[in-house]
Design a binder for this molecule. Sequence first.
Ligand SMILES: C[S@@+](CC[C@H](N)C(=O)[O-])C[C@H]1O[C@@H](n2cnc3c(N)ncnc32)[C@H](O)[C@@H]1O
Length: 210
Amino acid sequence: MTSHPVNQIFSFNGLSIEFHGSVYEPAEDTFQLLEAIKITPKETVLEIGTGCGIIALDLARQGCSVVCTDINPYAIELTHRNIERNRHLLKGHIDVRLGDLFSPVQKDERFSVMVFNPPYLPTKKKDRIGGDGWFDVATDGGLTGLSVTKRFIQELPRYLSSDGRAYFVFSSLSDRDILNQYLKKINAQAEVVLSRCFHDELIDIYRITL
Ligand SMILES: C[S@@+](CC[C@H](N)C(=O)[O-])C[C@H]1O[C@@H](n2cnc3c(N)ncnc32)[C@H](O)[C@@H]1O
């Protein structure tokens, strides 16, 4: 059996969460999103871009059944390890899947809650950090900051149950008018449910229904 070197671990709501150098470390946006999500136990949740899995784990701890995805294979491995580390605390099941946005989701799957803390920073080629590239994948929202959010909004109606809701993070560094156009195209009712200022940036948590 190969043993895995244990990285830095921190504690959140009783969960032990391991970090990894190639996976997004939970930050203010993560915790603000978690604070904004209102769920009841047994709901079905899809979390896109789970990173270390902290949001999926916290929702499963509260009894939700969660599917979580990430495009970063290190995030998928790390989330599996964090599930094992916290298995005794989880009341709901977590299914972890590798892939781009909704591609790992079956055509007939529907969720009552969707969650995404997307890469949202407006980024030019010269702003990219480089390295192994996974930090950029976690933060780079293209020139508008909305390139991944746009695809999420376009595709979510297919997988959201009729009375469902989706939560996602938006930064004031991106263009709100463009976001509103994307939301209008899918006829979404949108509401900012939690807003916080960090230095010169406003982070909003949107809750949308269809
Ligand atoms: C800002 S991090 C959020 C991580 C974690 N959910 C949190 O809040 O701490 C964005 C995550 O989305 C993932 N991601 C970026 N583009 C993606 C895509 N097209 N499909 C799936 N996951 C993606 C990144 O690998 C990263 O883990």
